[in-house]
Design a protein around this ligand. Sequence first.
Ligand code: UDP
Ligand code: MG
Length: 318
Amino acid sequence: MTNVRLSVVVPCFNEEASVERLHRRVRDALDALPDVDVEVVYVDDGSEDDTLPALRRLAAADPSVCYLSLSRNFGKEAAMLAGLRRATGDAVVIMDADLQHPPRLLPEMLALYRQGFDQVIARRDRRGDRFVRTLASRSFYRAINWWIDVRLLDGEGDFRLLSRLAVDAILAMPEYNRFSKGLFSWIGFRTVVVAHHNEARQAGRSRWTFGKLFNYAFDGLLSFNNRPLRLAIYGGLFLTLIAVAYMAWVVADAVEKGIDVPGYTTIIVSVIGLGGIQMMLLGVIGEYIGRIYYETKRRPHYLVRETERLVTEAGDER
Ligand code: UDP
Ligand code: MG
């Protein structure tokens, strides 16, 4: 059997306390395996702490480590994209730096890849999560599966192994607004799920505030189809029908009883109500136009200031 070349991609944002420990765990999990050549790609997503020096040290000590340092914080989606582009393996695992994605699953994931699966998803339960957070996530996934065209499951995050076929499919999608949970699900291929228990973050802080989660949910709802626009059309149609029926009634009433002037309340209510609905629909349309605007700029998803081979002048020499 020829060796499998495995790339492990790790986006890191302010993870100075975790990267070294993570690296040791990854090595421990993989060194024991025969027939695997490992490459670990760390992406420093504009960290403000000593993540970058830690990565430099790792790369100096271990030739299988490469790293990219982005010019500022571009967000996890961009960092993952950078890592996926850089990864050269036949199979690529994406995992978080904070040890919430246990490296001990790697051998099992690799075995499933060898059985011919193109996506091996590590699915976590919600053990130890706060109740509100669990409830919010559950409702989000229920709503989103009803809403969008791809299927998402609670607990299925970015921790997964992708075959070269799947990685190339992901990289072929150039969109600027990347909702990767949706992208992973959209590409399909032979997929299998490995369950594991929820792990608490080992060090540092999660970037997710409630507001950010809300925006993320909103992104997911908007980025996988145009159903909000469709709903707007149906809503408008419904209101028009009501207005026509009401008009017919008003005219009939006026013909029967002669003209009178009441109806002030009706006018105010309909002006305010329709105004509100129109603003909301404009907002929906605006969201889509905003997305088109960002997509048409065709800006790069991220900029690199340093890799283990290249230190640009902008790279800080701490
Ligand atoms: N991350 C990143 N860029 C960011 C935010 C996070 O690369 O702007 C990385 C972070 O270092 C970690 C992973 O993405 O490895 C997941 O982040 P976090 O633990 O904050 O998210 P959670 O586990 O709470 O979903
Ligand atoms: Mg985390």
